[in-house]
Design a protein around this ligand. Structure first.
Ligand code: GLN
Length: 550
């Protein structure tokens, strides 16, 4: 029988509920349990696909093509849980399904209400989130306790736990212990009030995870225990970690989070957890042998969350070579104004990420040109791949009017064009080419050396594609098309043949990179950047990571 854990947050947002939930999954998996993870978001968008990256950060795409919250990226990076379209739901998706059922007549004349119809549907989603055979299903409730929007979710998990019976569901509440510099002390009052809010709704948390800037002061656990009706051993400290978020699982294990859950959920006892793999990873990050700087040329550089998975994947690639990756965040628009030479000089590699619309595209094209001409390693992802194709068509093939029809619908040479099945689509939400597609890798190519396989499965999120009308000419001029989706003859990977490492991929490899299993493209790209940085003109992806586990 599946046991359930609900993770709520109090006091403020951005406490790191996602990382805490993902770390908890690691701890339980290390005890031999099969875990699933799910996030319920109280906002009204049906999914985050239509939200600006400035608003909500990156949109994380699952293997089965759902556009989801970026916390699911943490889930997949930390754990081995299968993440799919049932792993994320929102107020919008829940209401739209209930309303669809109402229109179909499913409620047989009943007045459709928040309780029980919405709360029942939330519980149905919680059950769907637990994959078959799951021992422990973790569901994180987005937002902060006390928000108007969270109420139906909290009511639903209260009912759910009641139905499961004692010992089968546990509530973890994540709170903040602010440190007041002026008085030199850590305060528990916001935690007391936040737990009070939960208890008003009928939820008594079993475990409190307390976020704090520095370790808790003596006696604090007892005080929180007394005021919040939680045993002292169930008050878990989660102070800021020194170097990397990948320290969190081990930290929470030492604090006894998994042991507390074993007690509450009567989970099987297990031998002490072996953390050597995570300890090795953390060691590589804490004590690098060198540093390499990589430019990320994008338009959402002010907000770290907007390229979350890319920053993480670069870090994974760096750790596999025992190198720290320093990121130079370059505003794509500035590249057009100030010139690539000025902004990119000195970097070991250039990464152009995905994006939409006109703003910044010319700067991305210039960045690709600069990297190609100066033999600096280049990785173009989605829009960054399209920028490389435009650049190559303009400056090598001599097609001055080469462009993407996304930005210039009437351009002379639409080397990037709207996919046939996208024509006529009006709705923006959930209508792109989404999710995993197989890609056949061409023998003897850079891509083949990187992947060491001839078939890979990568995730997509785009409407435009490489225009096959230009393929023969581009290939003849030296742009290899080294990855294909054969069923539709779509070009998924391009690479500049006369270059140590210049590659563009139509998909998003960053979604599949894990700290313990870095993605081959990021590992090879960072390796090439290190070689370039060290003066090796011919960077090669065969640079082996220093005894990487992956
Ligand atoms: N705007 C481009 C397209 O839709 C690229 C999308 C992306 O970078 N994710 O094809």
């Amino acid at each position: 029988m599946t046991k359930y854990i609900f993770v709520t947050g109090g006091v403020v947002s951005s406490l790191g509920k996602g990382i805490t939930s993902a770390s908890l999954a690691v701890l339980l998996e290390k005890r031999g349990l099969k875990v699933s993870l799910q996030k319920l978001d109280p906002y009204i968008n049906v999914d985050p696909g239509t939200m600006s990256p400035f608003q909500h950060g990156e949109v994380y795409v699952t293997e089965d093509g759902a556009e989801t919250d970026l916390d699911l990226g943490h889930y997949e990076r930390f754990s081995t849980a299968a993440i799919n379209r049932y792993s994320n739901a929102t107020t919008g998706s829940i209401y739209s399904e209930v309303i669809r059922r109402e229109r179909r007549g499913d409620y047989l004349g009943a007045t459709v209400q928040v309780v029980p119809h919405i709360t029942d549907h939330i519980q149905e989603i919680i059950r769907l989130g637990a994959q078959p055979g799951t021992d422990v299903a973790i569901t994180e409730i987005g937002g902060t306790v006390g928000d108007i929007e969270s109420l139906p979710f909290l009511e639903a998990i209260r009912q759910f736990a009641l139905r499961q019976g004692p010992g089968n569901a546990a509530f973890i509440h994540l709170t903040l212990l602010p440190y007041l510099r002026a008085s030199g002390e850590m305060k528990t009052k916001p935690t007391q009030q936040s737990v009070g809010k939960l208890r008003e709704i009928g939820i008594q948390p079993h475990i409190l995870v307390c976020r704090c800037e520095r370790p808790m002061e003596p006696g604090m656990k007892e005080k929180i225990s007394l005021f919040c009706n939680v045993r002292p051993e169930d008050v878990i400290e989660e102070a800021d970690v020194a170097h990397t978020i990948y320290e969190v699982p081990q930290y929470l294990c030492q604090e006894g989070l998994d042991a507390a859950l074993v007690r509450h959920l009567q989970l099987p006892e297990a031998p002490p957890v072996d953390f050597s793999d995570w300890a090795d990873l953390v060691d590589r990050i804490r004590q690098p042998q060198g540093e390499v700087e990589i430019a990320l040329v994008g338009k959402y550089i002010q907000l770290d969350d907007a390229y979350k998975s890319i920053y993480e994947a670069l870090g994974h690639g760096g750790a596999s070579h025992r190198h720290k990756v320093k990121i130079r965040k370059v505003d794509a628009e500035q590249v057009s104004l100030k010139g690539a030479d000025q902004l990119l000089q000195g970097v070991g590699g250039v990464l152009v990420p995905g994006g939409f619309g006109e703003r910044g595209l010319e700067g991305k094209v210039s960045a690709a040109q600069w990297a190609r001409e100066n033999e600096v390693p280049y990785l173009g992802i989605c829009f960054g791949m399209q920028a490389l194709v435009i650049e190559f068509a303009r400056h090598v093939l001599g097609l001055d009017g080469a462009h993407s029809s996304e930005v210039a619908p009437n351009c002379q040479d639409p080397v990037i064009d709207l996919m046939l099945d996208q024509r006529g689509i009006q709705d923006k939400g959930g209508t792109m080419r989404l999710g995993a597609y197989p890609c056949k890798i061409q023998d003897g190519s850079l891509a083949a050396r990187v992947y060491q396989r001839d078939m890979v499965l990568e995730r997509h999120r785009h409407r435009w594609e490489f225009n096959n009308g230009y393929r023969t000419r581009l290939e003849a001029a030296g742009l290899g098309c080294s990855g294909l989706y054969q069923a539709r003859d779509l070009v998924e990977i391009v690479e500049v043949k006369e270059h140590p490492f210049c590659i563009g991929v139509q998909f998003h490899p960053e979604y599949k990179s894990k700290p313990l299993v870095p993605h081959p493209l990021f590992r090879a790209f960072v390796g090439a950047a290190i070689q370039h940085h060290n003066g090796g003109a011919k960077a090669s992806p065969s640079v082996k990571p220093s005894s990487a586990k992956a």
